[in-house]
Write a protein that binds this ligand. Structure first.
Ligand code: NAP
Length: 288
């Protein structure tokens, strides 16, 4: 028996570090030219421990990259109308260049209505309908951060997208749907799968590019990965387990993202990069 060929790992940690170093350099240049640092407003409703941790991580990374962050913690009892007022005020505050509403915002909040209160030019988390339309039409605009990170990873490894069959498993508004639209805008043939899809394994077997974005440990079996496929595992489940059965998938794939260290680190890198781009545009710093 010939030795099994193992897939090359796609190093999201390294790419995120390089992108963030470029972002920090741009932030420094903006601060020097405009006299103010780029500023990200983070809005958190309630005190869900995971959300508190995510926001803290994002703010720490901002600080390291020379991006100022303004944190607005709101009580769990905040109504949709109050949240919209807060987001609208930040949208018209010239000192704020990007806005992040940490989600989920809570079951009593109309999250779509809240997201739409974010001005498109400050939607650095890529959550508004405006940003979704830009992603769908392949127009300039802010991308949802995890999907944007996935596309940057594909580009980093020179993965051909045009004409390839991409199977996206998951259709959430922040991940599955936008990553599929970004791939479609790059001329992939895209199949979306979700909880009502029948015959998922057969669809996965057809994929040149598999994007797993479900939140079910090892749902995608290695034996269903087409030999030579590119496997992007966005899933993050307890115990550092992805949505793909990594050990078997890597014996068939050409390239695969590890969990952790694949897609995960890219999300914050894209958030910071888009915050600096938003600041450059709003402050009129040329060259950005
Ligand atoms: P979500 O909102 O819960 O959406 C999950 C999607 O998976 C839904 O579209 C659902 O279908 C579909 N699904 C559920 N069970 C399925 C099944 N058995 N077969 C096929 N599809 C199924 O989750 P999300 O926010 O998109 O996150 C998905 C995963 O990505 C999670 O593990 C999350 O932790 C991870 N994530 C990682 C990052 C990062 O790395 N930075 C960022 C965001 C999310 P329906 O639409 O029919 O319900």
């Amino acid at each position: 028996m010939p030795p099994t060929q193992m897939a090359q790992l796609m190093d999201g940690t390294g790419l995120a570090r390089r992108i963030t170093a470029q972002t920090a350099a741009k932030a420094a240049e903006i601060s020097r030219r405009a006299g103010v640092a780029p500023c990200l407003a983070t809005v958190l409703v309630g005190e869900d421990p995971a959300s508190v941790t995510y926001v803290r991580m994002k703010r720490t990374r901002c600080a390291k990259a020379g991006i100022h962050s303004r944190h607005i913690p709101l009580p769990a009892t905040t109504t949709t109308a109050e949240l919209i007022d807060t987001l609208a005020a930040l949208s018209s505050d010239p000192e704020v260049h990007g806005i992040l509403l940490q989600h989920p915002a809570g079951p009593h909040i109309d999250e779509r209505a809240a997201f739409e209160a974010i001005a498109p030019e400050k939607d650095v988390d890529g959550v508004t309908m405006h940003s979704f339309a830009a992603m769908s039409f392949g127009l300039p605009g802010f991308q949802s951060c995890t999907p944007g990170g996935i596309l940057r990873l594909l580009d980093e490894y020179d993965i051909e997208i045009a004409g390839k069959h991409a199977v996206v498993v998951g259709r959430s508004a922040i991940l599955g749907k936008p990553v599929g639209m970004l791939l479609l805008a790059r001329d992939a043939t895209v199949t979306y799968c979700h909880s009502r899809t029948t015959g998922l394994p057969a669809l996965v077997r057809e994929a040149d590019i598999v994007v797993a974005a479900v939140g079910r440990p090892r749902l995608i079996r290695g034996e269903d990965v087409k030999p030579g496929a590119v496997v992007i595992d966005a899933g993050y489940n307890p115990g550092n387990v992805g949505d793909v059965d990594f050990d078997t998938a890597r014996t068939r794939a050409r390239l695969i993202t590890p969990v952790p260290g694949g897609v995960g680190p890219m999300t914050i890198a894209v958030l910071l990069a888009q915050t600096v781009d938003a600041a450059a545009r709003q402050l009129g710093v040329p060259g950005h």
